[in-house]
Design a protein around this ligand. Structure first.
Ligand code: ZN
Length: 339
């Protein structure tokens, strides 16, 4: 199974993982043979890690569990969109962004195919998926690849998001990708550009459509950049392989850190409706102090929480689904509850 492609990929990966300081859990489950693992350990050891630390994950690999490879779904956005089933027929005309002869679909498919090659070379099972997702699709990760189009002045760069109601695993996949993608592509983040439509992507919506992923499948959607912006196009049309490496590395980074037996990580939590407890509270773009403010909500306003972490709650404003963002947990209460 040693191919030139897998070697060069792992050379890149080894450097990347070093940069990111991953060290030990370098996706050991990815390797089908002990030889590959030994190889990797040799290379990793040469980057000045203690042997003990490196050997730590081996028992999990060698303990007699069948080594079922990871399975990943890579969706080329808009590909074969005209073949969407009846339930999604209104989206059949959604052929993607374009700028002159540059079509989003071409970039999506080219990059997706390259990502598939990199993952296969790493011993991962991969499904290259068109716009139509198999009903209840299950995998260790699902990544939908798109590019955006817009004519707002100054607009640039990538953005990615999880489904609205996402598991901790989806968030981990997002975090991993947010680290690798810009490192490979050099593209800036479109930090305030995430839309309601990305979060509510049809393939993420098993409660609305049969042809959607299973809720337990960790998932993200990536907008690689803007088809309408020359500097962005230069990256994903002229250097699609770099883009594919950035995406493949993000997936591998995620898989190497995710315990496949951890059912809690892939479970989607649901939260009760909450109410703004303070007189007025901020809705911010990101869960951090000094984040840009997306709006202010009056006391008593109802919100639908979709995720909660570290004292922050991501919410959609009740009755106004285009208003969403993060709020401090301390600004919210459960109506009629004890908080
Ligand atoms: Zn698209």
């Amino acid at each position: 199974m040693e191919s030139r492609a897998s070697r060069s990929f792992f050379d890149i990966l080894a450097v990347l993982l070093m940069l990111l300081g991953i060290g030990a859990p370098i996706g050991l489950r990815l390797f089908n043979s002990i030889k590959d693992t030994t190889d990797l350990l040799g290379r990793a050891a040469s980057v000045d890690r203690s042997a003990e630390q490196l050997l730590d994950p081996i028992p999990a690999v060698l303990s007699g569990f069948p080594l079922s490879p990871w399975r990943v779904g890579i969706q080329a956005g808009h590909w074969k969109i005209e073949e969407l089933p009846e339930e999604l027929r209104r989206l059949r005309s959604s052929t993607g962004a374009r700028y002159g002869s540059y079509r989003e679909i071409d970039a999506n498919l080219d990059v997706a195919r390259r990502v598939v090659e990199y993952l296969l070379a790493a011993g991962i099972q991969v499904d290259l998926l068109p716009a139509t997702v198999p009903p209840g699709y299950r995998a260790d990760a699902f990544v939908s690849i798109h590019a955006d189009g817009a004519y707002r002045p100054g607009v640039r760069g990538w953005k990615m998001s999880t489904p609205w109601r996402s598991s901790a695993a989806s968030r981990m996949l997002l975090d991993a990708m947010v680290r690798t993608y810009p490192l490979f592509t050099g593209l800036p983040e479109d930090r305030y550009g995430t839309t309601y439509n990305m979060r509510g992507y049809y393939a993420f919506s098993p409660h609305r459509f049969r042809h959607a992923i299973d809720r337990r499948t960790p998932a993200i959607i990536i907008e690689m950049g803007f088809v309408t912006v020359a500097q962005d196009r230069e990256v994903f049309f002229a250097a699609p392989d770099t883009v594919a490496q950035g995406i493949a590395a993000g997936i591998v980074r995620y898989l190497s850190r995710h315990d496949p037996l951890d059912q809690a990580a892939v479970a989607v939590r649901s939260y009760p409706v909450m109410r703004v407890a303070s007189e007025q509270a901020e809705l911010t773009f990101h869960p951090e102090e000094n984040a840009r403010v997306a709006g202010r909500l009056e006391g008593g306003t109802l919100v639908r929480p979709v995720y909660q972490e570290n004292g922050w709650v991501e919410v959609i404003v009740w009755g106004n689904y285009r208003r969403f963002g993060w709020m401090r947990e301390a600004d919210l209460e459960i109506p009629g509850g004890s908080s």
